[in-house]
Ligand binder design. Sequence first.
Ligand code: COI
Length: 355
Amino acid sequence: MLKIRIEKTTRPKDLPKADDPLKFGTIFTDHMFLMNYEEGEGWHDPRIVPYQPICLEPSAMVFHYGQEMFEGLKAYKAVDGRTLLFRPNKNIERANRSNKRLCIPEIPEEVFLEALKTLVKIDEQWIPEKEGTSLYIRPFVIATDPFLGVRPANSYLFIIILSPVGAYYPEGLNPVKIWVEDEYVRAVKGGIGEAKTGGNYVASLKSQVKAHDEGYSQVLWLDGVHRKYIEEVGAMNIFFKIDGTILTPELNGSILPGVTRASVIELCKEWGLPVKESRISIDEIYEAHKNGTLEEVFGTGTAAVISPVGQLRWEDHIMKVQDGGIGQLSQKLYDTLTGIQLGKIEDKHNWTVEV
Ligand code: COI
């Protein structure tokens, strides 16, 4: 396996204070991981260096045609002092699925995992320990060829950066308000919706701004063809509890296959709850709300963990859920997932990986 070269910083930064609210994605640790790819040479020169700006030509292809992949996972300081990653292999697999779709060369899995573990170990003291915090890990690949023609690049840079974070939404675990988007669409089948890439997120900005202006945190996307079937929220997958059944949109090719989504499905099944991954129309949700069977709505994601939804707005309909409060299942899922991540609950599934 490729050996990671390590150059430690001689000027470590001040760590955030224990009571810093750690606004999501604003502070970065002392080190970062880099690895280059060149056609004919493959991935090479894996290294950990002090966190610093990177130098790219203005003609680098990523700036023009957006050939890039990114991932998100977290490291936690467990109650017994171990440093744990949550299901890193799932992120590595997904990264390479995204890479394939985006014509980016796959990253050797063992190098990827070793890079995550080594970097997190080096910056371990940056893992915050306050309730609701963690060290967010952002791996990404960019196309670096200086070239303005449209084709897959011949050279890439793989980077991993780390950021101590608190809750993704300012609301924390308090329910968020979600706007059901019926004008713009995020993705269609055959497009890049199931890949984790910047293009899907830039496609969401226009509606996110509109939703924010109306006092909503994020948008819930409907499918791009019928404008009827539920897909996902800006930074999360979505779940509904209707009359005791847990429903989530099936992975249909335009939805991100979330790691938290998969974990929630497994937990709910183990708890004996009926789970259905299917095509769900917004009319069904509206009907369930009208007849009083819409018990809970929540989003799932690495950054968001479990985010209860207290209100959905679709056209002129305002659907309040759980009276705007946190549902029992949302709370149980949050407690269980964070309990496993922090080593407070036995990890029966072997989801955590020690660094
Ligand atoms: C994550 O949950 O890790 C994500 O990548 C969502 C991101 C838009 C913050």
